[in-house]
Structure formats: C-alpha cells, structure tokens
Design a protein around this ligand. Structure first.
Ligand code: ZN
Length: 102
C-alpha cells in the first residue's frame, strides 16, 4: 500500500480503529483474566469486553501499540511508510515524517 492508498483507505481515526478491531477479531481476542474467547466490542470505550467475566481488553493491548498514546492512524501510517519504502525507513526519518518528538 502506498501513501495515496492509505489516505483513501484510512481517512480518519475511526476507520483505523475499525480495521485493527477486525484484524484482532480474525486472530481471536482472548481474555487475560479468564481466557474466554467470546468478546463484545465496546464502541465508546474502543475496547473488547469479555462475555464471561467482563474484563476489558483495550484495542492496543497485546500489540506494539500497547504503551503508546499515539493515535492508531499514526501507527498505521508508520507501518505503511516502512512497508512502502523499498530501501527501508530510518527511525529518524519516520519521526520527521510523522512530526513526532520521539
Ligand atoms: Zn474473561
């Protein structure tokens, strides 16, 4: 996917959330507390909720985004940059392109 495809495919944060949510559902979301695999999606919390114990799993939990406050769209854009560039993308270049401080 190149940057133009990215902009069309992911025009805003909610389209990115939707994408990650579906990816995670395909792989299966497992409750950390009781290992139940039946999960409900909580739209307003941007998290999954376990059907048996009610434990919530954030959409970023268990992914590279886990300890990050960055929008999911920024992550997807970063991944797109890295995969769209044949020669590879340095961390510094990524930071510059995404206007990130660190
Ligand atoms: Zn559970």
């Amino acid at each position: 996917m190149n940057i133009i495809n990215f902009i069309n495919r992911f025009p805003d944060e909610s389209s990115c959330v939707e994408f990650i949510k579906n990816q995670r559902l395909q792989q299966g979301v497992i409750c950390k507390r009781c290992s139940c695999t039946k999960q409900y999606w909580l739209e307003n919390k941007v998290a999954f909720q376990c059907a048996s114990c009610g434990f919530r799993t954030s959409i970023k939990s268990g992914t590279v985004m886990e300890n990050s406050n960055l929008p999911i769209r920024t992550w997807l854009l970063a991944i797109t940059f890295i995969s769209a560039t044949k020669k590879g993308f340095s961390a510094a270049e990524l930071q510059r392109q995404l206007c990130l401080k660190r």
